[in-house]
Design a protein around this ligand. Structure first.
Ligand SMILES: [Fe+2]
Ligand SMILES: [Fe+2]
Length: 297
């Protein structure tokens, strides 16, 4: 079994230090096999913000935690137009990681990160055809029994993001990207960006999208919240490629605590949830109802 903590949208510069400290303590205590961080390390890609992010990452790594990281749109300078177009990810590569397509593999999982942040689109993300080829190639060599996990900052799929039923834009070249993920046999698609927790079978969201389970992480530590959804991160236990559990770890104003907990089975075609709690979406009003007495360890 692979124990994976999935954090996103850290946003140093618009972060709450006590929440960062609590997340750090949680990770150091739980010791996941891998900490996935799906972008937006900084608020405005400033040097001081990257230095804070690097210090935090170095602390996790010094504690012996393994990390897989990708940039988000906030890791590209917004107002420094020259830098944005000439060296958009220079600071990310200098302070966080110079690997923009990180890959991790162990006996049970193979995980590929792809950079979707672009200078031109600013907020929206994009995947290019070279990245789609890499996605197919990387996973083609992975043993069939392993769980193939794709990590992007922007989700490949359109997401419900508002209280009024609004849906987000999908990533650029969305149709091709979904086809590539489908051909690569992606089981889990992890992303962030919307500061909103969400999980759903891809097949229920988009036609011909393969058998992936789409898992969105909220913002772990930013003070900029969407729909007042509290800070959170995801705690995944992946058991081969046909069974996994997802528990959302939510900030309650004083501490991180366990909330929505859903188990999923894959029948070879698609994921279905058999619940430990009844909804993968968490907001403050739901927290009490969703809290479970069956925590993942
Ligand atoms: Fe963000
Ligand atoms: Fe973002």
């Amino acid at each position: 079994m692979a124990r994976i903590a999935h954090l996103s949208d850290i946003h140093f510069g618009a972060h709450d230090q006590k929440i960062v400290d609590a997340a750090t303590a949680w990770l150091e205590h739980r010791r996941p096999d891998l900490v996935v961080i799906s972008g937006d390390f900084t608020q405005r890609a400033r040097v001081d913000q990257f230095r804070q992010a690097a210090a935090w990452l170095n602390r996790l790594r010094a504690a012996g935690l393994r990390t897989l990281v990708i940039p988000g749109n906030h890791d590209i300078p917004l107002y420094d137009v020259v830098r944005r177009f000439t060296a958009p990810l220079h600071r990310y590569e200098k302070y966080i990681s110079n690997d923009l397509c990180p890959f991790y593999e162990d006996d049970e999982v193979a995980i590929l990160g792809i950079n979707t942040a672009r200078s031109l689109t600013i907020k929206d993300g994009r995947i290019n055809h070279d990245q789609m080829d890499m996605l197919r190639d990387r996973f083609a060599g992975v043993a069939a029994a392993k769980t193939r996990i794709l990590v992007t900052h922007h989700p490949l799929f359109s997401m419900p993001i508002g209280k009024g039923g609004e849906w987000s834009e999908a990533v650029g070249r969305h149709d091709d990207a979904v086809r590539a993920a489908c051909q690569a046999g992606v089981h889990l698609a992890l992303a962030g960006h919307f500061h909103r927790t969400y999980a759903e079978s891809a097949r229920r969201m988009v036609e011909n999208s393969g058998g992936a389970l789409v898992i969105q992480a909220g913002t772990a530590t930013s003070t900029r919240l969407r729909n007042a959804e509290p800070q959170s991160f995801n705690w995944l236990h992946v058991r081969r490629n046909n069974a996994m559990e997802l528990q959302v770890i939510v900030w309650d104003g004083a501490a991180f605590r366990r909330a929505s907990h859903v188990a999923y089975d894959h029948d070879g075609q698609t994921w279905s949830s058999h619940d430990v709690t009844d909804s993968p979406i968490v907001n403050k009003a739901d927290m009490q109802r969703l809290e479970t007495g069956v925590p993942l360890r």
